[in-house]
Every structure is written in C-alpha cells, then in structure tokens.
Design a binder for this molecule. Structure first.
Ligand SMILES: *Cc1c(COP(=O)(O)O)cnc(C)c1O
Length: 398
C-alpha cells in the first residue's frame, strides 16, 4: 500500500534521511535502534499516558465552534492544544523524549530553542523528572524573549546564549549539535519539532500523534463517524500538524490543509513560507526544502509569529506537499492577525499567533454545509498580546 509515513531508511519520498557529522553517527544510530522499541514498550506507554492525563491535562477538548462554523458555512471543531499545561502542544513531545532519554540511561538533556516555547517545555519536563537541562538560544532571541528565558531559569535550566551567525535558531541548533558531539555518552538532544535527522521527524510525529488519536474518538462521539472532511493546522517545523494528521495521513477521504507563515508576502522575500519559497537542501541533518540564496546560504526567515520562522520544514510535510496529499497555503501577517481577532470575538478564545495562521486559511477555502473541519489551536494568545495590540485591525465586529 502507498503510504505517506516514513520508510525504513528514514525518508518521506525524496525528503528526510540523516545528514550528520561522523562523530554523531553512533548517537543517532543508537537512537534509531532504540526509539521504536521503547515507544512501543508497555512501561513507556503507561507512564507517557499517565503523565499526559495527570500532568498535561489530556485529552484536550474537541470544541464545536458554533459561531465560527456559521461564519464559514461548515461544521468547525477546534482541537484545543492551547489548554495543555504550559499552553501548547510542545509539552507532549518534551515529555515523550525525556522519558525516552531516561529509558536509554541518559542523565543530561540539551535542547535548542528559537522563540523559547520548546525550551520552556523541555525545562518544565526536566524539572519534573529531575534531569540536568541546558538550552541553547541565539543571543538575539534571548533579548527578544526575556520572559521565556526567565521561565527556563526559574525551572532550573541553564540558558546558553549563542553569539555565532545571526544569533538565532539556526545558530542555537548548531551549538546544540556541537554539545552533543562532545558528550555523546550521557547526553540526550531533545528536538522540538518534526525536523532534524531521522529518526527525529518520525519520533516527534509519533509522540504528537496523541492529538489525532483523540480526534478519532472525540469525532466518533460528536458525529458518529471517526474522520473529518478537513484537517487544518499551522506549520513551523510541522509537529502540531503532524500530530493532527498522523492517523489520517493515508486516509484520502480526509483533506489536509497546512498554513505556513507568508510574513509580508511570499513575493516580498520577507517570509517564512518554506514550501513556497524554499529549494531542496540540507538543514539540521535533514534533506528538505530550505530557504536559501543562490549559494546555498540559509536565508533568515521572517514572520510576525516567532514560532513559525524556521527556514526549513519537516520532511514529512515537504513530501505531503510535493505529492499533493496536502494543500499548503501561505497566510500573511495581516491575515493571521485578522483571523485571531475574529476567533476572539466569535468564540472568546484568543489564539496564539501561530494558530492564527491556520484560522486565516479558513477564508481561502470553499466548504459545503455538511463538511466537518477539525482545526488545531496549538497555543494561547497570552504570549502574543503585545503583537496583537500593536497590530490591531480596523475595529468592527465580524
Ligand atoms: C512551536 C509552535 C508552533 C510551530 O511548531 P510546529 O512544530 O510546526 O508545531 C506552532 N504553534 C505553537 C503554539 C507553537 O508553540
């Protein structure tokens, strides 16, 4: 059967693989040999499920958004990942990987972070599990994201500001990889999205797949059928989208719509829309679409949303787009802002700017009244209030 899941060599079509320095070969090989066995073991599954329930607060609700549905002429459900502990989906992955690290006998956790959300999730789980935690973060991001830096420190993590390159996510990633090379024995590297060398994209997708597992059960209760007509999510690296679609990826009855950050418009170059603006290249150990100049130098992406400005894209998503299994829309800053204000006024939910991009895609689709749409709201708007206030659309009630 044709599948859009990873193949045994770690590829999704032509994308993926593990392009890593020789010194990390053994580390990645060990992870590759361990992850499926651990993730499928009764011990791991029991503890992961227990923490997702008691600590994260799962299952997250599948909320029928009646006023939003009326506006778009279909039946929209919001998968409320914003209601998780720490306010987003990233905690699902952080718990899973730190548990895996413990099963592998590792005692030290490292991570990279851009906007700080993944760093906070990882530091949170390390506090919970009493693990040493070092987070690499570009110095520019350290200055832009003070609150998240203070949260990580309060949680007991060490934040290492990175001063190479543009001092942003790509540079933090390079430093984390360098650290891993120096401490391969005791250190586990927690990657925050469906990116990086195989097996990370598949592992992160599996850990986030609790989202689509819950959607199946919850839709069956609400609708008497366990699949929607549309699944929608925003894409930075791709983890909340991968979790949303995981159990439906080979079910062609379900249309998949992904929203990437258009920034000021793909044609302006001020964008993070990697699927539209990127070319085949290698980033973070993975062959995928990359925003790069003619010489192959990575172009710094731009989006009003700090969580979406990654210059690559998960290999799973690059392949879904290449094979036309998913429709990928670039949603610009102003469209996302408008959608965030709309959801807030219609449903009393202030979404994260990242998720506002998925909401912004609703206006670009044509639904039938009977269509069932599940859209993942992956985070809270609390962290984005300054941006919302500085960019208010013209006042009107939708
Ligand atoms: C990190 C983040 C994203 C983007 O990451 P993905 O791996 O693409 O999901 C989206 N939404 C929120 C709220 C985030 O914190």
């Amino acid at each position: 059967m044709k599948t859009y899941q990873v193949n045994p060599d770690g590829y999704y079509g032509e994308f993926g693989g593990a392009y890593i320095p020789e010194i990390l070969h053994q580390c990645v090989e060990n992870l590759r040999n361990a992850y499926l066995e651990v993730l499928d073991s009764p011990d791991f599954r029991e503890e992961f499920a227990r923490l997702l329930r008691d600590y994260v607060g799962r299952p997250s609700p599948l909320y029928p958004a009646r006023r939003l549905s009326a506006k778009y002429g279909c039946k929209i459900y919001l998968k409320r990942e914003d209601l998780n502990h720490t306010g987003a989906h990233k905690i699902n992955n952080a718990i899973g990987q730190v548990l895996l690290a413990r099963h592998m006998g590792k005692t030290r956790i490292i991570a990279e972070t851009g906007a700080g959300q993944h760093g906070v999730a990882t530091a949170t789980v390390c506090a919970l599990m009493n693990m040493e935690c070092v987070v690499y973060m570009g110095k520019t991001d350290v200055e832009r994201q003070r609150v998240n830096v203070e949260k990580m420190k309060m949680l007991g993590a060490t934040v290492r500001p990175v001063t190479s390159g543009n001092m942003t996510l790509k540079d933090a990633t390079n430093e984390a990889i360098r650290d891993w090379c120096c401490h391969p024995e005791d250190t586990y590297y927690v990657i925050g999205s469906t990116v990086g060398p195989h097996p990370y994209p598949d592992m992160v997708a599996r850990l986030q797949s609790v989202i689509s597992e819950e959607i199946r059960k919850q839709l069956l209760e609400h609708e008497g059928r366990d699949y929607p007509d549309y699944l929608m999510a925003c894409v930075g690296g791709g983890s909340n989208a991968a979790g949303t679609i995981y159990h439906y990826i080979d079910d062609e009855r379900v249309k998949i719509v992904l929203a990437e950050a258009g920034g000021k418009g793909v044609e302006t170059g001020q964008t993070a829309a990697t699927i539209q603006a990127g070319r085949l290249g290698i980033i973070h150990g993975s062959k995928t679409l990359v925003m790069q100049d003619a010489d192959g130098q990575i172009i710094e992406p731009y989006s009003i949303s700090a969580g979406l400005d990654y210059p690559g894209i998960g290999p799973m998503h690059a392949n879904l787009s290449r094979q036309r299994r998913a429709t990928v829309l670039a949603i610009n800053d102003d469209e996302a802002i408008r959608a965030a204000y709309e959801l807030t006024l219609l449903e009393g939910i202030i979404p994260a700017l990242e998720s506002a991009h998925a909401l912004g895609a609703l206006a670009k689709l044509h639904f039938r009244p009977e269509d069932i749409v599940v859209l993942t709201v992956s985070g809270r708007g609390d962290k984005d209030m300054e941006t919302y206030l500085a960019n208010q659309p013209h006042p009107h009630r939708p």
